[in-house]
Design a protein around this ligand. Structure first.
Ligand code: FES
Ligand code: FES
Length: 127
């Protein structure tokens, strides 16, 4: 499997690895698994009072493409509103990283993770 340079760059220098306290009301956590391969991705956002994502972190137990996809998404969402973040498409991720067809599900995992993180944030901030 030949990885693109962008995948290798994110894989070797992953951005924003780590986690936030998930009970923090300014934090949204998305945890998703890929049935196809068993990989697991946790993506978290930290949102300010204006609804802007100030920071994002991830932990991914998976292949290079899954790590690169989650690393890229944490970069993309910073400075975005939660609604903008929710609109990120796996096809944008796959295109940016030049993922081959067999690795498309890795970018789907990242889209699902950011959507789940936003949903978690919204659900808990409404309480
Ligand atoms: Fe093997 Fe993702 S778990 S390629
Ligand atoms: Fe499963 Fe990449 S092979 S997420």
């Amino acid at each position: 499997m030949a990885y693109s340079e962008k995948v290798i760059d994110h894989y070797e220098n992953p951005r924003n690895v780590g986690s936030f306290e998930k009970d923090d009301t300014t934090v949204g956590t998305g945890m998703v698994g890929a049935p196809a391969c068993g990989d697991v991705m946790k993506l978290q956002i930290k949102v300010n009072e204006q609804g802007i994502i100030e920071d994002a972190k991830f932990k991914t137990y998976g292949c290079g493409s899954a790590i690169a996809s989650s690393s890229l998404v944490t970069e993309w969402v910073k400075g975005k509103t939660v609604d903008e973040a929710q609109a990120i498409k796996n096809t944008d991720i796959a295109e940016e990283l030049a993922l081959p067809p067999v690795k498309i599900h890795c970018s789907v995992l990242a889209e699902d993770a950011i959507k789940a993180a936003v949903k978690d944030f919204k659900d808990r901030s409404q309480k």
